[in-house]
Structure formats: C-alpha cells, structure tokens
Design a protein around this ligand. Sequence first.
Ligand SMILES: [Zn+2]
Length: 200
Amino acid sequence: MSKCHSCLKDTNDSFCTSCRKKLFGGANVNHVLQFTRPEFNEIRFEHSNRLSISGIRVKYSLKLEQKELKLNEEGGQYIIKPVSYGPFRNMESIPANEHLTMAEQVFKINTPPNALMTFGNDEPTYIVKRFDVLNDGRKLLQEDFAQLANKTEENAEGNYKYDLSYEEVAELMKNYIAAYPIEIEKYFSLILFNLSGREW
Ligand SMILES: [Zn+2]
C-alpha cells in the first residue's frame, strides 16, 4: 500500500481512482516522470528566450500524451514547478510545501488538481493542472482584477496590477459577479488563509 501522490490517501497505485480522474481524465499516469531533472533543465534552457535566474520558481508546461506527461513548450494542460536553485534553506522541500498548501482536503479551499511527482532521478517536483485550459487543449479567456478596474499600462503607474486593496477587489466582485454573496465569502476565506501562513 502506498499513498496517492495527490490526496495522500492509501492506494495501490501512484494515484487513487478519484485523483487519477481529476488530474488525468482517468489515464494511468505514474508519479515517476519519464525524464530526469538535468533533462528538464536542458529542454527549458533551449526553449527559454531569456535566462531567468532571478525568478524564485522555475516552471514549464507539461502535456499529457496517452499516459505519459511530456515537456511541452506551450499549450500543455499542466504546469511543472521543480525545486529551484538559489541561496535559500530547505529548497528541496518547496514542491512538497506547495503541494500541502494546495491540499483542498486539508484546508477546505478550492484548488486546481495538483500532485507531488518525482523526476526520473528521484528529485521531487510539484505539478498543477491549469484551470484555464480545457481537456481538449482549448484555452479559456481570463480577466484579472486590474482589467476589471480598467487599469492598464497606459493609464496607471508602475505596480498597477497589484495596487488594488482587498476592499477594492471586493467592490469589483460586487459589480461583476451575480453570485456575489457566496463568492465574497470564499474570497474572504482565501485572504485569511494567505495571511495565516505569514510570519509576523
Ligand atoms: Zn487521491
């Protein structure tokens, strides 16, 4: 008996039936990826037009082909986020930490399906299913709150995407979401959840 690599319940496979369905549409995907971390690095550097050394988290797109997850420059249904390299402690635990933080069943928050996988060379990595890509690869259009507030590069300054207060975001939700009373409660829970993880 081992643990499901998504929900951590006991199972005989890499994933329990329910998570296999949610993550991979039922395909019997193994939690060990068919490529190693050095192979991942090579592909990422080949396809990345700018060398990103400043970003804390490295990410790349993954696509499901039959029952195998393959690195894919764009249009993948998943994002893979391995351990980053940098001058920080406990870097190797970041994928597990993100997986736990995104554990729907523990914190009762609404999260996209995600899992803790392993590279072919045993290194851990986190993967998450994209909520803006449908199973057939079609992309859903998204708007962020800066767009809803009509803030653009032209009419707003510097960090305009992140300048709205929690209260201003709530006001926008009131204007644009019909099921506002339900959604505002979820929004408030998320704010509390995020604040509770901080060190003061
Ligand atoms: Zn599961």
